[in-house]
Design a protein around this ligand. Sequence first.
Ligand SMILES: Nc1ncnc2c1ncn2[C@@H]1O[C@H](COP(=O)(O)OP(=O)(O)OP(=O)(O)O)[C@@H](O)[C@H]1O
Length: 272
Amino acid sequence: MRDPKFMIRNLTKSYGEYPVLERINLDIEAGAFCTLVGASGCGKSTFLRMLLSQELPSSGDILMDGAPLPQQPTPDRGIVFQRYSVFPHLTVAENLIIGAEFAARKLTGRLFGRARKKARDDVAELLETIGLSPAANKYPSQLSGGMQQRLAIAQALTMKPSVLLLDEPFGALDPGIRNDMHELLLDLWKAHDITIFMVTHDIHEAFKLGTRMLVFDKLRDDPHAPEAYGATITYDLPIDLSAAPLPGANGETDETDGMNFSAALMATAPVP
Ligand SMILES: Nc1ncnc2c1ncn2[C@@H]1O[C@H](COP(=O)(O)OP(=O)(O)OP(=O)(O)O)[C@@H](O)[C@H]1O
């Protein structure tokens, strides 16, 4: 068992007087692939933004590698959103080179000679891996949605993060393209030894990709005051990647929300 990458203790987040998340306690092992699911608006993106330090907790602690999380985003935590994560005014290759050079400069101070060549070779290899070598000189607006997301994931990896945060990265893609993206993401996860947190509304995607599924829901609810309580993690399910695929998991999507989501979950996993 590897040391926890993250230790999260009594984490809460409120906006003004409204709690969004409450009493979150988790240990996340290094190298985990956590899929985050739950009804719309229950705080999944807020949780990701706290892991990135784009938002600060209202109370509680997040430790990364045993130390308090830095209060600003840092290059070792990469993020990819559903859209618009890349620089529109840079070509595909330039989008990757800018990250690779930044990461290399962190080590050497300046980047020249062999280090510069190494950074550029790494980019060429990454372009090959994500299948975008032929599009190296195109601009993001000239790419399909799937190609843009491949670029966005690759760009996040050029900074050599140890943590990758993905907020519905495939939500806007067709099911067929999503399957290709799944394979690519799993390959990159294995090759780069990163810890991944991925928000998805697609329960099959959550089971297919994750080693662990975190389900966000409210334990307490007041119908007369729906904003009185925040969500917490109600299920923390280990997933066996070698298990047989779920029925209907062949590229079909199953958008999950509220009761539909709970029904899907109850049908597929025992309550711990
Ligand atoms: N900056 C903010 N200020 C005030 N309220 C916010 C802010 N950001 C998020 N919220 C509120 O916090 C709640 C959780 O939002 P969040 O985007 O984290 O949910 P989510 O589970 O990711 O939703 P979805 O699945 O629809 O993307 C929502 O009610 C939202 O309106």
